[in-house]
Design a protein around this ligand. Structure first.
Ligand SMILES: C[S@@+](CC[C@H](N)C(=O)[O-])C[C@H]1O[C@@H](n2cnc3c(N)ncnc32)[C@H](O)[C@@H]1O
Length: 782
């Protein structure tokens, strides 16, 4: 189904564009030729695209988005389909070849079938399907040029033709790299840029680095180099080998901080489930801690009591386990034990509340006195908040086993003494900023326990050491010793060592998402959940501290390293080369000239990318500054130029909106200058379900954005609703979540067309969009 935002906004567009677009740069020859209608300007198989996009969200292992966290990633299926339809001509553009509507419809159906076949995730591993799409793009371009198309059955010839004649794709807000990656997959040259160094690194690792080492055999001396190493599989093998070396080395250095637990007779007393383990040493998966503050009840004389949001360890039927606090009123003390049998649903429901009494307060376990969040905040900010071990999760025989805390385990954890602590200022727990509470999180170092800091620092140091080993092995394997470093465009031994180090550094980034005091124990699934389950840093009262050396959830080898190995392994060697750079989209440096622009800009005030990314930036910087000196030269990610309407940064809501509007306007003008005239621009723009329901697209985010699009000299030629987010994500829970995007298809406005005032613009939106929105809803989006 197609939904066009047709309105007075769009002046009638002549088929032949003879107007110069910008006097300064050289004229784009395509501007002088017939402006062909592209498929995306007429129709799309939206149902198939949205179904594949929705399904993609549940693909975990090996999906490029699991390389490293980045926010608001677009589904690859949607990016692939949009790019294809943006470049391939609609049959109506060739009346001489497709003279009647019927013939055109038949041809369109054929093109839709190609899209339908290429959008499912499994198609990304199917060279035949992707090859067909590439050929169709080449054929469309060849028709325009008057060339004979390349041989359909010669994949290399098709790629060569595209390399020579297809315009490059430019995404100036590339984030995690979804659009450039899909451009590469379709055989197009891809150019991505983003302001944020973390996004740039993630995109480089996704798009730029793997093709450089495609077909390269691993250099690790224990690997048989003679086998076939297709695509990036050699690189993936080295990442795994040197990452495993890091794990073993780290265990030798700091393993004593992660001791096993001996199951004693005392622990097993009354616990039949522990009988098989009595006397055995079991590997810890996670230590579960509750933050504590001194009870505000004067009768308790400063005794520290837990702020536990839940006492449930396992909610699985038949395997229920809860923490039970036992109070000794005489000595104003309590201890935690673990109960695993005879737990009814009511007891689970009670345990689910932990020591919480309401949304805004806990109770003292000793006296029942209320402990408001504001009090906890004061105590934390005064440096008086502590933690107490509630339970230990260990690996039993193919199951999780829950043990009570022991003094030895607690003392051991607290004995860790880090020699590095990221001192860069942090904004606290974002979710609580509105109330002005920061719970003592003043610097990024505050998000981690001492033991976690020791672990992250050790692994961070080991990336540098692993790089030295890779370099020595790459030289021994005969790689070019003289070629420049990776950041300078090299592909020799030094660059290869940089490449492996980059992925190992990203693994440290992944680890930091799990090894922090805001990670939680997921009692339904029995695993450690990372801190960024939403687009904020929430306050976590009871947190899970993973064991990097376990063989389960939250460890180094699986959770941090192997996820990266699988992504790199999957990145096919037939990807064309890509370039990703750090650049302000609204800055003075021009964007890639004569490119096809496809982009996904930030949505008004929805995500504070730079503030969030600093959590990772501080670890990336420590680990990879030598490898990517340009990216990590600053102490924190750049904020001033970030196109997000953040009141706290701009001194109020209005100033933030002005900043966003002006910056986005400039970015769009930059795109206007750079974009080739022969193709429309596609811009993904998110909308919030609640916003659409209540206000239509005239909400501040949309009105501001659409006005900027119009002001930059574009006309909106069509809109497509594309499903981009799972509706059941944590962030959607009452948080006015982004559920879908609208892809705007824009063309440059002819110079003689009149501009529109913002007032008229909004009035026009109000008049025309209800119908469009109805169609969006009918299209099953969101
Ligand atoms: C919606 S995200 C892009 C997500 C991307 N399409 C993906 O799938 O991963 C918007 C991006 O714009 C970037 N950004 C914000 N201000 C910018 C600026 N002034 N110049 C360039 N990029 C900017 C953010 O860092 C963020 O990565």
């Amino acid at each position: 189904m197609r939904c066009r935002a047709k309105s007075q906004l769009r002046p009638s567009r002549p088929q032949r564009d003879t107007t110069p677009t910008d006097p300064s740069p050289p004229r784009d020859p395509i501007a002088m030729t017939v402006r062909r209608k592209k498929l995306i300007e007429v129709s799309l198989p939206l149902k198939a695209i949205n179904a594949a996009s929705a399904r993609e969200k549940s693909i975990r292992h090996g999906h490029p988005s699991t390389l490293h966290l980045w926010w608001a990633r677009r589904p690859l299926a949607a990016c692939r389909a949009v790019l294809f339809a943006q470049i391939v001509d609609d049959p109506s553009a060739w009346p001489e070849e497709f003279p009647t509507e019927e013939v055109q419809a038949r041809e369109r159906k054929r093109l839709h079938a190609i899209i339908e076949e290429m959008v499912p995730w499994k198609a990304t591993h199917d060279e035949r399907v992707i090859g067909k799409a590439r050929y169709e793009i080449a054929r469309s371009l060849a028709r325009e040029r008057g060339d004979a198309p390349p041989d359909e059955n010669d994949a290399r010839a098709v790629l060569t033709y595209l390399a020579q004649h297809a315009p490059p794709v430019c995404d100036p807000f590339c984030g995690g790299g979804s659009i450039p990656l899909e451009a590469q997959r379709l055989g197009l040259r891809a150019h991505g840029s983003d302001l944020n160094p973390v996004a740039v690194l993630v995109s480089k690792a996704t798009c730029e680095i793997p093709p450089k080492f495609a077909g390269t055999a691993p250099v690790h001396p224990d690997v048989d180099r003679t086998g076939g190493w297709a695509g990036a599989s050699g690189l993936a093998e080295d990442i795994r080998r040197y990452g495993q070396w890091m794990r073993d080395e780290a265990e030798a250095r700091i393993g004593h901080l992660y001791p096993k637990v001996r199951v004693t007779e005392e622990m097993a007393d009354g616990r039949d489930d522990l009988r098989p383990y009595t006397g055995k040493d079991l590997t810890v998966i996670a230590w579960l801690w509750a933050r504590t503050v001194a009870s505000p009840d004067p009768m308790m004389r400063g005794a520290h009591v837990p702020l536990a949001s839940s006492f449930v360890l396992s909610s699985k039927k038949g395997k229920r386990a809860i923490v039970v606090p036992t109070i000794d009123h005489g000595s104003r003390a309590y201890r935690f034990s673990v109960k695993t049998s005879g737990i009814g649903p009511e007891e689970v429901a009670r345990a689910r509340k932990g020591t919480k009494v309401s949304q805004g307060s806990f109770r003292c376990v000793l006296s029942g006195a209320p402990i408001p969040y504001a009090y906890a905040d004061d105590e934390a900010n005064a440096g008086r908040m502590r933690s107490r071990l509630m339970a230990i999760v260990v690996a039993g025989q193919r199951q999780r086993v829950y043990l009570p805390p022991t003094r030895g385990q607690e003392d051991n954890a607290l004995s860790a003494t880090p020699d590095f602590r990221p001192g860069q200022p942090a904004r606290g727990t974002f979710a609580s900023n509105a109330q002005g509470r920061i719970y003592g999180f003043r610097t990024f170092g505050d998000y981690f326990t001492d033991r976690q800091l020791v672990a992250l620092t050790t692994f961070s140091d080991l990336v540098g050491e692993a790089r030295e080993k890779v370099l020595a092995d790459a030289l021994a394997a005969g790689m070019d010793p003289e070629a420049p470093r990776l950041a300078d465009g090299g592909t020799g031994a030094e660059a290869y060592a940089d490449a492996v180090a980059t992925y190992l550094g990203l693994a440290v980034g992944r680890a930091s998402d799990f090894w922090n005091g805001n990670a939680t124990w997921e009692s339904g699934g029995g695993f450690v959940a990372h801190a960024f389950t939403r687009q904020a840093i929430p306050m976590i009262w009871d947190y899970a501290e993973s064991n990097p050396f376990s063989f389960a959830s939250g460890n180094w080898a699986g959770t941090a390293l192997e996820w990266i190995g699988r992504v790199v392994q999957n990145l096919a060697g037939t990807l064309t080369r890509a370039a990703v750079i750090q650049q302000d989209a609204a800055g003075k440096t021009p964007l890639l000239y004569r490119s096809v622009v496809a982009t996904d800009p930030p949505y008004y005030d929805n995500i504070g990318y730079a503030d969030l990314s600093d959590f990772f930036y501080v670890w990336h910087r420590r680990t990879l500054r030598d490898v990517w000196p340009g990216l990590y030269r600053r102490v924190l990610a750049p904020k001033d130029e970030e196109l997000v309407a953040t009141p706290h940064r701009h001194g109020g809501k209005e100033a933030a909106e002005r900043f966003f509007m002006e910056g986005m306007g400039q970015a769009l003008r930059n795109m206007h200058t750079a974009g080739t005239d022969g193709f429309p621009v596609t811009i993904y723009y998110a909308f919030k379900q609640a916003e659409v329901a209540k206000e239509g697209l005239t909400s501040p985010g949309w009105a501001t954005f659409l006005h900027a699009v119009s002001g930059a000299g574009y006309v909106i030629d069509g809109t497509w609703p594309v499903r981009t987010e799972r509706s059941a994500r944590t962030v959607s829970l009452g948080a006015n979540a982004l559920a879908s995007s609208i892809v705007l298809v824009c063309r440059k406005r002819p110079d003689d067309a009149s501009a529109i005032t913002r007032r008229d613009f909004v009035a026009s939106l109000r008049a025309n969009l209800p119908d469009a929105l109805k169609k969006i809803r009918e299209g099953g989006v969101g």
